[in-house]
Design a protein around this ligand. Structure first.
Ligand code: GLY
Length: 313
């Protein structure tokens, strides 16, 4: 079967600065091309999702891994999840610190009896696995936090993109990958530094089935305000609609219409077992790129008022 791939680097309000948009496009296209080549060579969907998430976590302009936003106390705590659609198995970590690639913990937990670990337990796992201590802080995220501290953390969320010319009000950051491999297996992964400036202990949607979900029929990764995504239970909602027989594009359209009616601020990417690819957003922009097997495309300048876009398999 022809593999398919879609990735995202967040959603938010409009990107300013054309140079910045081009830099984001270059990053997303490079990662989608690199991972697609591996999928086309026979890599499994789950492994492709882990590798794609690692590359996106390592890209400092996105809010996950290196370049994660700071919480209200000035600390970085990250969350990530991996779902193997074929096995219908979810694993994840919540509010883990001092690690380079939180998605690797989610991958390790796939075969563990206890599959979602939070803060203290997740840190214990980091020590057990002997993973090196790593500081994901970047200068621009520190400056963003210092500015916010002056304003007593009144902004709703940190910037989706860590680039001075792109920082706008109320941006939402997360990264995600959804893959369909040559054997028709689907996997989804999502990783985030959270919404930024949040209370200690706040739990992101990214390590919940609301933000990341997959079955044998479809997979979805979400971005946006975690509370909005949780209220819609968005990833599971779209995937279950497809599992119940609705085409992927229709499942995205219905779910995004509902999210818009409920005044949510979010975005999502997904694909299904027929090879269809879809994306949707209620926020202004969605930073996503996909590979159909023939071509690479993206949603960076897609602002035509439509809630969703899709390609048939
Ligand atoms: N969607 C990322 C978060 O709200 O934590």
């Amino acid at each position: 079967m022809q593999p398919k791939l879609i990735i995202h680097g967040g959603a938010g309000s409009s990107l300013k600065g054309k140079g910045g948009v081009e830099a984001v496009r270059r990053s997303l296209h490079e990662i989608v091309a690199q991972i697609y080549t591996q999928l086309a060579a026979g890599l499994s969907a789950t492994e492709a999702v882990v590798r794609g998430c690692q590359l996106l976590e390592d890209e400092p302009r996105f809010n996950a891994g290196t370049g994660s936003v700071l919480q209200s106390d000035g600390q970085i705590r990250m969350s990530a999840a991996l779902m193997d659609g074929n096995l219908q198995r979810f694993s994840g970590v919540i509010n883990v610190a001092r690690i380079k690639n939180p998605i690797m913990l989610a991958q390790y937990l796939q075969t563990s009896e206890d599959r979602v670990l939070s803060d203290y337990g997740a840190m214990e796992l980091v020590r057990e696995l002997g993973l090196p201590s790593y500081d994901p802080l970047t200068e621009i995220r520190l400056q963003e936090w210092l500015q916010e501290r002056e304003g007593n953390f009144s902004r709703e969320m940190a910037g989706v993109i860590a680039e001075a010319e792109l920082i706008d009000t109320a941006r939402r950051g997360t990264i995600g990958v959804v893959a369909l491999d040559m054997q028709g297996r689907i996997a989804a992964g999502t990783s985030t530094g959270g919404k930024g400036f949040e209370r200690i202990g706040r739990v992101s949607d990214s390590a919940m089935p609301a933000g990341n979900y997959a079955t044998a029929q479809a997979g979805v990764s979400c971005t946006g305000i975690g509370e909005d995504i949780i209220n819609e239970c968005l990833a599971a909602r779209i995937v279950i609609r497809v599992a119940d027989g609705m085409p992927l594009a229709a499942a995205f359209e219905k779910s995004m219409q509902e999210a818009q009616q409920n005044q949510r601020d979010l975005g999502a990417i997904g694909l299904d077992a027929t090879g269809a690819i879809a994306w949707g957003k209620t926020s202004e922009v969605l930073l996503a790129a996909y590979h159909t097997g023939e071509a690479i495309g993206d949603t960076l300048e897609w602002q035509n008022g439509a809630l969703t876009g899709s390609l048939l398999g």
